[in-house]
Design a protein around this ligand. Structure first.
Ligand SMILES: *[C@@H]1O[C@H](CO)[C@@H](O)[C@H](O)[C@H]1NC(C)=O
Ligand SMILES: *[C@@H]1O[C@H](CO)[C@@H](O)[C@H](O)[C@H]1NC(C)=O
Ligand SMILES: *[C@@H]1O[C@H](CO)[C@@H](O)[C@H](O)[C@H]1NC(C)=O
Ligand SMILES: *[C@@H]1O[C@H](CO)[C@@H](O)[C@H](O)[C@H]1NC(C)=O
Length: 432
């Protein structure tokens, strides 16, 4: 009869899922209370535990499970020191442990700790496998290679995907046959060019500041507005010194254009020519497509701009855009009338540029690429060779205070393959 009772206890304990006493109870002394361990079967050799009884006799250990042994039976009576309790921490990363469902970032990729079907107590990391904008391979490779420029790990780019960098830090759509038909301009002037020329020192007050396009593929609009600003100031000799806003193009030039997902430069230049642009004070850049304030008559007042000190009543317009493709013609045009637009090919390593003369490196992703419109403000030459000085649109924190230098004369990254020049329409201001 007693045998049966004890077997029943055994069954009850077995059916409990954990097959252990309730947490906390196992750390208390039982057999250790009177240090009494008994041979064979001795039902008095027991202790109360919860509303039942545990035993410190050898009988408690006679089956393969010994669930009616007191929790400290093995340790006290058999001298077996139990292993430390198993803490279930399924995923690990460096010295940190994670539970099922926890997430962590690995640069631009999210990793989640998921249950491992092969290991009931464990988990494993399931990670996105996208290419990231910032790459250790580029940072380390370029620094070691001595290419004439240095690469940097930019905090503002870290954690972003390469595809988002290409889409939202650039923004020039592929050049169409229509774009390629832009009128070519040839000067072929046989003159001596200076070794160094910088619009910022030639026209100190007239060169517009570096813009940060944000996470909006608006380089096409930013470069056009900046170049138009510079040229209005230069051609009017300071009479029309204002900063033109890329927002006019982003919000109003919607036909054939994709806003923050890119634009065609010829379409945009033609819009600046036919419709005109507003200045930053009137219509500031927001890195987003917003409602267009343009009214049909093309007058600044009607568009909602305050009259203020402007010398004109109509929007700022430019002449027809023209295309340059010879190094010396590009230099001549900059010296004569100011910064020009260039469309370059951008590979992953370019995003890391810190300083020096950029040349495409073998590091990083060399397949995935995009077109980028930038503003060439001058050129120079040093012991490393000839270069262009170019304004980028990723803020002043990037590169050389927002600028970069790139090898000149051998079409590095296509920088000399599509250069656009234009004249500002300063006639209205001059009439006044
Ligand atoms: C029971 O105790 C003996 C020592 O007395 C030990 O060798 C054996 O492994 C134990 N059995 C179980 C199932 O714990
Ligand atoms: C790059 O910067 C991020 C933080 O901005 C940092 O977590 C990461 O370890 C850096 N990578 C390298 C290669 O220095
Ligand atoms: C841009 O506009 C969209 C839609 O109006 C909005 O959802 C988004 O938050 C805006 N982004 C920024 C950066 O203002
Ligand atoms: C310059 O480079 C671009 C892009 O790499 C290429 O498409 C173009 O044909 C090149 N132009 C010249 C004149 O070599």
């Amino acid at each position: 009869m007693e045998n049966i009772t004890r077997l029943l206890f055994l069954f009850a304990a077995l059916s409990a899922a954990a097959a252990y006493w309730r947490p906390g109870l196992e750390n208390q002394p039982y057999c250790a209370i009177d240090n009494r361990c008994c041979k064979n079967r001795e039902d008095d050799c027991s202790h109360r535990i919860l509303d039942t009884i545990c035993y410190c006799d050898e009988f408690c250990n006679r089956s393969r499970t010994h669930d009616d042994c007191c929790p400290d039976y093995e340790e006290v009576c058999l001298g077996i020191v139990p292993p430390p309790p198993l803490t279930r921490q399924p995923c690990r990363h460096h010295n940190d442990f994670y539970e099922i469902g926890d997430k962590r970032q690995d640069n631009c990729n999210t990793c989640q700790c998921i249950a491992d079907e092969n290991n009931p107590n464990g988990g494993r990391w399931s990670c996105e496998k996208d290419e990231c904008l910032m790459s250790d391979e580029v940072v380390n490779g370029v620094s070691r290679a001595g290419l004439g420029w240095r690469a940097r790990n930019y905090t503002q780019f870290y954690g972003k995907k390469l595809q988002d960098g290409i889409k939202f830090k650039l923004g020039t759509l592929p050049l169409t046959a229509e774009t390629q038909r832009m009128v070519p301009i040839r000067y072929e002037k046989d003159i001596a060019y200076p070794n160094n020329f910088d619009s910022r020192t030639r026209w100190p007050q007239f060169i517009s500041p570096i813009v940060d396009q944000g996470w909006c593929g608006s380089d096409w609009a930013v470069s056009i507005a900046s170049i138009a600003s510079d040229r209005f100031a230069i051609q009017s000799n300071g009479a029309e010194r204002m900063i033109l806003s890329p927002q006019s193009l982003l919000s109003c030039n919607r036909r054939q254009q994709k806003g923050c997902e890119g634009g065609h430069i010829d379409v945009a230049w033609n819009f600046a020519r036919n419709e005109g642009l507003l200045d930053e004070e009137c219509f500031p850049y927001t890195a987003n497509v917003t409602r267009c304030p343009f009214k049909p008559r093309g007058s600044l007042i009607q568009d909602g701009c305050r009259p203020a000190v402007r010398r004109r009543t109509s929007r700022y317009k430019v002449g027809p855009p023209g295309r340059l493709d010879k190094e010396q013609d590009i230099m001549f045009d900059i010296m004569e009338s100011g910064p020009v637009q260039a469309v370059m090919t951008v590979y992953q390593d370019f995003f890391h540029y810190q300083d020096g003369i950029y040349r495409r490196s073998p590091y990083g992703n060399n397949r995935y690429q995009g077109l980028h419109s930038v503003r060439i403000v001058g050129w120079g030459e040093d012991y490393q060779g000839k270069y262009w000085i170019v304004a980028n649109s990723w803020g002043r924190e990037w590169g050389e205070n927002g600028y970069f230098r790139i090898a000149r004369g051998d079409n590095e990254s296509g920088i000399e393959s599509f250069i656009v020049t234009v004249l500002a329409d300063v006639t209205e201001a001059q009439r006044k």
